[in-house]
Design a protein around this ligand. Structure first.
Ligand code: DQA
Length: 144
């Protein structure tokens, strides 16, 4: 089984970007941890990061024809702005878990609303990089 892990805008800067909010781990660290977890669970993980909304949407469309069984997505700031990203997730109908490193509900008001939340299985926020691991485990449990 293959899961696609999508990272949205600015997440390529993890490690140096507001570490007090997002932690010290880099995106590579997070992806490496997930690859290890995938090996343990027997799940193949593929990763994609982009700072561009359209590139993320194209990647989600491609997932449909690649037999991707599930997706984990941290849409970054697009969470709070992108109807198009939400529509792409709904269109491919691949079970998806939304992840945020920070607790978006305990920050600025504008971060409380997610366009993506209504079309995903669930949302994990505030647990840092560990949230991605929970998302992979949750997806697997749901799909088994
Ligand atoms: C984020 C939260 C978003 O509000 C923010 O725009 C991000 C990262 C998180 O992982 O906590 O870029 O998705």
């Amino acid at each position: 089984m293959t899961f696609l892990v999508l990272h949205g805008p600015n997440l390529n800067l993890l490690g140096s970007r507001e570490p007090e909010v997002y932690g010290h781990e880099t995106l590579e660290d997070i992806n490496r941890q997930l690859t290890d977890l995938g090996r343990e669970l027997g799940v193949n993980l593929v990763f994609f990061q982009s700072n561009h909304e359209g590139a993320l949407i194209d990647r989600i469309h491609a997932a449909r024809t690649e037999g991707i069984a599930g997706m984990v997505i941290n849409p970054g700031g697009l969470t709070h702005t992108s109807v198009a990203l939400r529509d792409a997730i709904a269109a491919v109908a691949i079970p998806t878990v939304e992840v945020h490193l920070s607790n978006v509900h305990a920050r600025e008001e504008f971060r409380r609303h997610s366009y993506v939340a209504p079309v995903v299985l669930g949302q994990i926020a505030g647990l840092g990089a560990f949230g991605y691991q929970l998302a992979v485990r949750g997806l697997l449990a749901r799909l088994k």
